[in-house]
Design a binder for this molecule. Structure first.
Ligand SMILES: NC(=O)c1ccc[n+]([C@@H]2O[C@H](COP(=O)([O-])OP(=O)(O)OC[C@H]3O[C@@H](n4cnc5c(N)ncnc54)[C@H](O)[C@@H]3O)[C@@H](O)[C@H]2O)c1
Length: 275
């Protein structure tokens, strides 16, 4: 799966799955632009890659189309081309999105169950979600992926590059487990993958998604331990994914080995749900 001579940009690559993707692509020979909110995080990832001086650390917010344009211009100025984009930047929460209230209700319901009562508390989030919370998650997970894809497609079309774009969705699209803004944004990302895969196929550009199940990253570690334990119990392979296991699926889709794969959702979820 050599990516030698190719250039990639990975969003949200300052930690977690994005960092693992940057490493997997770099180990396969690609030069990688590591894009994240903070310059220090992007630089910290670059320092973990083989031959760090051949990669780029770029700071910016995927939800800001002007910043996205500037980031892609930097990547092309540095590498002269762009073959692979991984739309990985994502978030599961936003300000005033009702998550604090939802956790409170969950604790209340758990206490009722622990007392042996029939639970009366409804664990809800949507009704407590303000516009700003909904928008914040959509802005990163969906708008951000679109802004980055648009820039990548402009560059690939201009340079006649048969590139590969990989969107990091989630197994939550199948299960429906998770907050409504997050699940909706990831389902929409799968829709975007399919629509654009058709639209750009005549240029030889491929667009696919990877749908990870619960993966051991800082994002996952921010949820309560007992919740993680119950997730693990429900996974047939009996454990969370390692970021490198998700990155391996991304590297496959990025490579010419996947030359006939487009519009697909490659599931890496330990057998929890089947697409
Ligand atoms: N961890 C899981 O269990 C899991 C499961 C399914 C899907 N995913 C998806 O995988 C992706 C990565 O998840 P992770 O667990 O590694 O997350 P993480 O929170 O550990 O890392 C996300 C990275 O993205 C960056 N980022 C966030 N918003 C950004 C923005 N607006 N612009 C640029 N960078 C931004 C963060 O700074 C961080 O470095 C996300 O899209 C997430 O939804 C994760």
């Amino acid at each position: 799966m050599s990516l030698s001579g190719k250039a990639a940009l990975v969003t949200g690559a300052g930690q977690g799955i994005g960092r693992a993707c940057a490493l997997a692509l770099a180990e396969a020979g690609a030069r990688v632009a590591v894009f994240d909110l903070k310059q220090e995080s992007a630089e910290a990832t670059v320092a973990t890659l083989p031959d760090p001086s051949s990669h780029l650390a770029i700071a910016g917010n995927v939800a800001d189309s002007t910043a996205v344009k500037a980031a892609f211009a930097k990547a092309v100025a540095g590498f002269g081309r762009l073959d692979v984009l991984v739309n990985n930047a994502g978030t599961g929460t936003g300000p005033n999105d009702g998550s604090a209230k939802m956790y409170e209700l969950m604790a209340q319901r758990n206490a009722e169950l622990a007392r042996g009562e029939t639970p009366k508390t409804h664990v809800e989030q949507a009704v407590f979600m303000e516009d700003e919370g909904w928008r914040a998650v959509m802005a990163v997970n969906l708008d951000g992926a679109f802004f980055c894809t648009r820039e990548a497609l402009r560059i690939m079309a201009e340079k006649n590059i048969k590139g590969s774009i990989i969107n990091i969705a989630s197994t939550a699209v199948q299960s429906g487990e998770g907050p409504v803004h997050y699940v909706t944004s990831k389902a929409a990302l799968v829709g975007m993958t399919r629509a654009l895969a058709r639209e750009v196929a005549s240029r030889g550009i491929r667009i696919n998604a990877v749908a990870p199940g619960p993966t051991d990253t800082p994002l996952m570690r921010s949820i309560p331990d007992e919740w993680i334990a119950s997730l693990e119990k429900a996974i047939p392979l009996g454990r969370l994914a390692k970021p490198a296991e998700v990155a391996a699926a991304v590297r496959f889709l990025a490579s010419d080995e996947a030359s006939y794969v487009t519009g697909s959702v490659l599931v890496a979820n330990g057998g929890s749900y089947f697409f």
